[in-house]
Unconditional design. Structure first.
Length: 101
C-alpha cells in the first residue's frame, strides 16, 4: 500500500466563505504527479468559487473548478499551484485569508 504524508490539511470560515485545503505527498499509483490535493474556496453552504484538485488524475488529470465551469489544467508543481490558488482566491473573495505555509 502506498504511503501518504500530509503536508497541509486545514479549514477556515470567514465572512460567509469557507477555505478547505488538503495537500498530501504520495507514491500512490493513482497520483502520478506525486501529490494528492484539493484546494477549495466557496460560500458557506453554497457555491464553489474556486477549486483545484486531482481527485481523478489518471482519467481526468488536474482540474480547475471556477465560475466558468470545470477545465483541465497543466500541473506546474505543487508550490506553484498553491501560490496560484492563493492569488485567485484573494481576487475572488473579499476575505483577507491567513494562509498557512
Amino acid at each position: 500500500m502506498a504511503s501518504y504524508t500530509t503536508v497541509a490539511d486545514w479549514q477556515d470560515v470567514q465572512a460567509g466563505y469557507v477555505a478547505d485545503v488538503t495537500i498530501r505527498d504520495t507514491e500512490a499509483e493513482a497520483y502520478p504527479c506525486g501529490w494528492d490535493y484539493a484546494l477549495h474556496i466557496g460560500e458557506v453552504g453554497g457555491e464553489t468559487i474556486l477549486r483545484y484538485d486531482n481527485a481523478h488524475e489518471q482519467t481526468k488529470g488536474h482540474e480547475r473548478h471556477g465560475p466558468e465551469g470545470v477545465e483541465t489544467v497543466d500541473f506546474p508543481g505543487m508550490l506553484t499551484l498553491y501560490d496560484q490558488f492563493i492569488r485567485e482566491a484573494e481576487e475572488l473573495t473579499p476575505v483577507s485569508w491567513m494562509w498557512p505555509v
